[in-house]
Structures are given as C-alpha cells and as structure tokens.
Design a protein around this ligand. Structure first.
Ligand SMILES: Cc1cc2nc3c(=O)[nH]c(=O)nc-3n(C[C@H](O)[C@H](O)[C@H](O)COP(=O)(O)OP(=O)(O)OC[C@H]3O[C@@H](n4cnc5c(N)ncnc54)[C@H](O)[C@@H]3O)c2cc1C
Length: 414
C-alpha cells in the first residue's frame, strides 16, 4: 500500500489531516501531467510548495497534492538589446520547486543583487509570486521578468508578464483567481490558482552591494536608509533579525522523511546568532508566519482608529486613496499580547508567538481546530475593539476564516 503524508508533515505549522494522494513529479511534463490528471478527474487539487502559507483542517484531504520536485536554477542568455539597455542585467530562471532561500543564497553567492532582503522567507519560488512575498524593503514583484505557467482553464502553457501578474501587496492575479472575496474561496480554483507556476524568470543585477531600504534593517546595520551595503552583509543581517523574531522556519522540519531533499542550504545557526534553542523559541517557529494581512482601509474608516494607530498612505483596489494600518498593532491594542494566552493558560496548544504578535503558533500538540479557534478569537477581538475585519494571509483548506458566513455587525468595510 502506498503511504502518503499528512498536511501536518509538510506544513510549517505542523497541523492538518491525511492527504489521499501525494505526488512529487521530477520533470516538467510530469508536473503538468499530475495537475491535468487531477483536474480531468474532477479531484480537489493542491499544488504545494514549502507548506509555509497553508493551514489545512484536521479532516482527511480527499484529493491530490502535487509538490514539484525539480530544483534547477539557471542563468539565461541575454539578447543584444537587453545587454545594450542594461549591462549589469542577469536573467535567471528557477523551477517552481526551488526552495526560496536556496535561490536567494545562490544569487547572493554569485553577486546577483535584488532579492537579498527576502532572505529566510520560507517556501518555494513557485509560491513566491502567488502572494508576492515581501520583507525588509523588497518585494519579489520588482525582480520578476516573467512567470511560466500551466493554465488549468485552457489546458495550455502561458508565459505571464509582470503586468499580467497584477502584483499588489501580498497578492497577484494568481492569488485573486482563488478567491471570490477576501478569504472566501472561489468555486473554480481553490486551494490552488488557475495558473500553476512552472518556473519564474528573474531580472537581477551583477552588483556586490544593494540598497538598504528598511529602517529596522538600516539601524541594525548601523547605516542610513538608502545606504548601499554588501549584499552578503544584508543577507546575514536579515537572517539575524528574522532569527530573533522567530520568523525563520524550524530547520528540524527537514528531518521529517517527507521533507528530506526539498532544500539544500539551510543557514547555519552560528552564522546568524540563532542559538536560542529552547523549546518555547522553537515552537514560535511552528507557524504560517504573519497570520493576518495588514488591513487596507478607506480613509473614512482609518479616521475612526485611535490617533496613535499606524497609518501609511496606499491605493485601494478601485484606485482610490486608502490607508494601510498594522495588523500587529491592532491585535496588540485589542488586548492580545505576545504569547497570548500562555500567561493565563500555560498549557495552551495554540498561542500567539512569544516573539511576534502576528504569528499564530502550534505549541507542540495543536490541532488545526485549535489554531482556527485562536484565529477567530483574535479576529473577533479586533473587530469589537476597532471595527476592522482581519483577513488571514495563509490559504486555509477546510477552515472558514472569512467574514461572509459570520453574523457580526458590519461597522467598517475594507
Ligand atoms: C516563519 C515564517 C515567516 C514568513 N515570513 C514571510 C515574509 O517575511 N514575507 C512574506 O511575504 N511571507 C512570509 N511567510 C509566508 C510564506 O513564507 C510565503 O507566503 C511563501 O511564499 C509560501 O510559500 P510555500 O511554497 O510554502 O507555499 P505553500 O504554503 O505551499 O502554498 C501557498 C499557496 O501557494 C500555492 N502554490 C504553491 N506552489 C505553487 C505553484 N507552483 N503554482 C501555483 N500555486 C502554488 C498553493 O497552492 C497555495 O495556494 C512566512 C511564513 C513563515 C512560516
């Protein structure tokens, strides 16, 4: 009998039920074939990367999970015109299955600037463009030249341009294809998008230094925002900051037989001052990273927030003026502090991270239901305090954290 993993084995938060069929294609044709076979049979399909942005329910998943087992990174030739326009340009492609931080490490090692600020973000190249990962002043969108995809609608391969990808804050056309409304899954494509990423081509630059574009990073490096630093130093400092905030994966997960071989270069603990190995600290990493997206509000809604709430000008999806606020601030000021509820319930199976208010963590024996219950408590508390509906960032399979089905008073719209 073939054995398949549970979602708990292949996700960073370590919860989730048995997967009926788990396939790891090693060629491009087999990857497309696995997706087509599932779609033709009308079976639920989840294309999985590193499982770092996924919360699956404790129920069995009666469908197919496909995880790309290809790990090739290749520098591509430039046309004469590309060389003329930008003499430092490097075109570099990576299979969807490449571990994201392996890709960043490769680029930094070879002196290709453009993604060093995204060091240590868990997951794969394929998923990086689905939610347009961002951290420490960089977003993947700014480095993407094209995305090679399998279109499940037309059963054909399509190369998407950055414009067609419609990148936005933690979103893209791919992510949008999965939802009817924030956190409300589409009937057609969920939990994976209409376009399955086969590979991504990035445009980076040959340069030993990069721009430090984030205040916290600049202060840790002892430079001004906008200063140039060696990309290797930027990478090391980003990893150190992430280690301190427990926003790295628990490297021990790669000892799980279902994860072996999916990465080649986890950073060494001593290189990044990552030496606090207490159980509590390690459990802080059993998460999906930031669990809620920073809310983007209409100007009128933002005006009802307390004066000291963070406010950053932004654009609404309809092109109007909006305000981005901080989900972490709202959660903290609604009374959910780091570690909640461990101070009153020390044996809680699910809690906020003890290092970061925005991460929901599995303290060792949590079920998906425990995580979902905590998420709803926080959503409800923030709504009651500030009238803001927090939308989860992770893809939730079999767990409803949307607002459509909830009977709450709709005071403030997004
Ligand atoms: C500790 C921690 C820290 C984090 N920090 C950050 C951060 O700083 N910034 C940030 O932006 N995110 C962060 N995240 C979230 C997460 O790392 C990213 O969202 C990441 O891109 C998810 O990649 P993945 O391969 O694990 O995706 P998965 O969780 O496996 O999948 C997520 C979604 O992408 C889809 N998907 C996966 N592969 C493909 C493919 N080939 N084609 C189409 N769809 C696909 C899946 O179907 C699913 O819908 C963090 C997470 C953790 C656990």
């Amino acid at each position: 009998m073939t054995v398949h993993p549970r979602f708990a084995d292949v996700t960073t938060i370590g919860v989730g039920g048995q997967i009926a069929d788990f396939v790891q294609p090693e060629t491009r044709d087999d990857f497309i074939g696995a997706v087509m076979t599932a779609d033709d049979a009308g079976r639920p399909l989840c294309v999985l990367g590193g499982g770092s942005n996924l919360l699956a329910s404790d129920e069995d998943f009666d469908g197919v999970v496909v995880r790309d087992a290809r790990h090739t990174i290749a520098v591509q030739p430039l046309t004469d015109e590309q060389k003329r326009k930008d003499s430092r340009l490097v075109r570099i492609s990576a299979d969807a299955g490449v571990h994201w931080d392996d890709f960043v490490a490769y680029c930094v090692q070879h002196g290709y600037e453009g993604v060093e600020g995204l060091s240590g973000v868990p997951g794969t190249v394929g998923a990086s463009v689905v939610q347009n990962i961002g951290a420490y002043g960089q977003e993947v969108a700014t480095s993407v030249l094209s995305v090679e995809t399998w279109d499940r609608e037309t059963a054909s391969c399509i190369e998407l341009t950055p414009q067609q990808m419609r990148f936005g804050y933690r979103t893209s056309a791919l992510k949008q294809s999965m939802y009817e409304a924030p956190a409300v899954p589409s009937d057609s494509y969920f939990p994976s998008p209409r376009y399955i990423v086969l590979s991504v081509t990035f445009g980076l630059h040959r340069a030993v230094s990069g721009v430090v574009d984030y205040a916290q990073l600049a202060s840790a490096l002892g430079v001004e925002v906008g200063a140039h630093m060696n990309i290797d130093q930027i990478r090391t400092m980003v990893l150190r900051i992430r280690a301190k905030k427990q926003m790295l994966e628990d490297p021990a997960r790669y000892a799980n037989p279902w994860m072996v071989g999916t990465t080649s270069s986890m950073p060494r603990h001593d290189e990044i001052n990552d030496e606090d190995n207490s159980i509590s600290r390690i459990r802080d990493r059993w998460s999906c990273g930031s669990f809620f997206i920073n809310p983007i509000l209409k100007v009128s809604a933002a005006a009802t927030l307390p004066d000291d709430a963070p406010r950053f000008p932004t654009t609404l999806s309809d092109g109007g003026q909006g305000v981005k606020t901080s989900a972490a601030w709202l959660i903290d000021h609604a009374g959910f502090h780091r570690g909640y509820p461990l101070d009153t319930v020390p044996d809680a199976t699910a809690s906020l991270s003890t290092a970061h208010t925005l991460a929901l963590t599995n303290r060792g024996h949590a079920s998906a239901q425990d995580i979902a219950r905590l998420a709803k408590t926080v959503q409800q508390g923030v709504f009651q305090a500030f009238g803001v509906k927090l939308v989860p960032e992770p893809v939730t399979i079999g767990i409803d954290l949307g607002w459509e089905s909830r009977s709450v008073d709709e005071r403030v719209d997004e």
